[in-house]
Write a protein that binds this ligand. Structure first.
Ligand code: GUN
Length: 287
């Protein structure tokens, strides 16, 4: 392997120290800790784990964690009433409703009900609009974490050719906007894109967020490129379950200048970006 490993775990730990200092400063100024409310509807095991780790991390960094667990048969009205209560609660700076919601709940309507000033997930249409317009707002956590890793690895991104593979609202679309704001020339590719290998081969920065195990082949990567792998898929190999990304890591690491591992790359940055957004939301609300 020739590529430098981008250590998201170590970077997230350093960022966590700075956020903890910021949270302590906020508490000294305002007499209360920044507050993060996380809402979980139903008992999806993966969501349970995410919600528990978000609460644990918030408390570790000196924030208040409010966890709301609702049964799977919660009605849309009940969920909207909870969100309205959290919007009005002065102790709550950030609100995250864990997705996916059980059917038939309408996640779009729930997200739109969140006060945009408390939208630490960056999923409200106003947050997305602010990002496109270049206005200050809260940016969704995974792309924000990817951008921090890219800046740490490359310094200025200006003028670089970037490709984002995947066009989800959670990752691909905001990622492309962030890279554009950094003065990259951005290609957005997706499942209908033609000639993907040629497009990837032109990119100095590859952000893979398609959710398909090892779909991006190592030989597509331009020598010296920086590769950010957002994917996490479980695959069975030699009788063992392994976590792999969207990029064929071993082959890509022979060509790239720097690459994120899976696990230990983007993952730890996502939760730390949520903590960052909660502190930012608290400071914006309280000055
Ligand atoms: N489920 C998986 N990832 C996310 C996320 O970033 N935000 C929310 N709200 N739900 C998720």
């Amino acid at each position: 392997m020739t590529a430098h490993l981008i250590d998201g775990k170590a970077f997230a730990a350093g960022l966590g120290d700075r956020i903890a200092a910021g949270a302590s400063d906020f508490a000294a100024r305002t007499g209360r800790a920044p507050g993060l409310a996380v809402v979980l509807v139903g008992t999806d095991p993966a969501s349970e784990i995410y919600v528990r780790s978000k609460g644990r991390m918030a408390r570790k960094l000196g924030m208040e964690s409010f966890e709301h667990r609702l049964p799977a048969d919660t009605t849309q009205e009940e969920l909207l009433a909870l969100v309205a209560g959290l919007n009005a609660d002065a102790a709550v700076d950030g609100i995250l409703v864990q997705l996916p919601l059980p059917s038939p709940l309408d996640s779009r309507a729930v997200i739109e009900a969140i006060d945009p000033g408390k939208d630490v997930d960056g999923l409200h249409p106003l947050s997305a609009g602010h990002l496109v317009a270049g206005l200050p707002g809260l940016v969704s956590c995974t792309p924000l974490g990817c951008l921090m890793l890219l800046r740490e690895t490359l310094g200025s991104l200006a003028g670089l050719d970037a490709i984002v593979i995947g066009r989800s609202i959670l990752v691909g679309k905001p990622m492309a906007q962030l890279l554009l704001a950094e003065n990259c020339t951005v290609t957005m590719a997706h499942s209908r894109s033609r000639d993907l290998p040629e497009k990837v081969a032109r990119a100095d920065i590859v952000v893979a967020a398609v959710g398909q195990a090892e779909m991006i082949r190592g030989e597509w990567i331009k020598p010296g490129a920086t590769v950010i792998d957002v994917g996490t898929s479980r695959v069975l190999r030699d009788g063992r379950t392994l976590l792999v990304g969207d990029v064929d890591f071993a082959a890509a690491a022979e060509r790239a200048r720097a690459i994120t591992p899976v696990p230990g790359g983007v993952g730890p940055m996502t939760i730390m970006s949520l903590m960052h957004n909660t502190l930012v939301a608290a400071c914006r609300r309280r000055g």
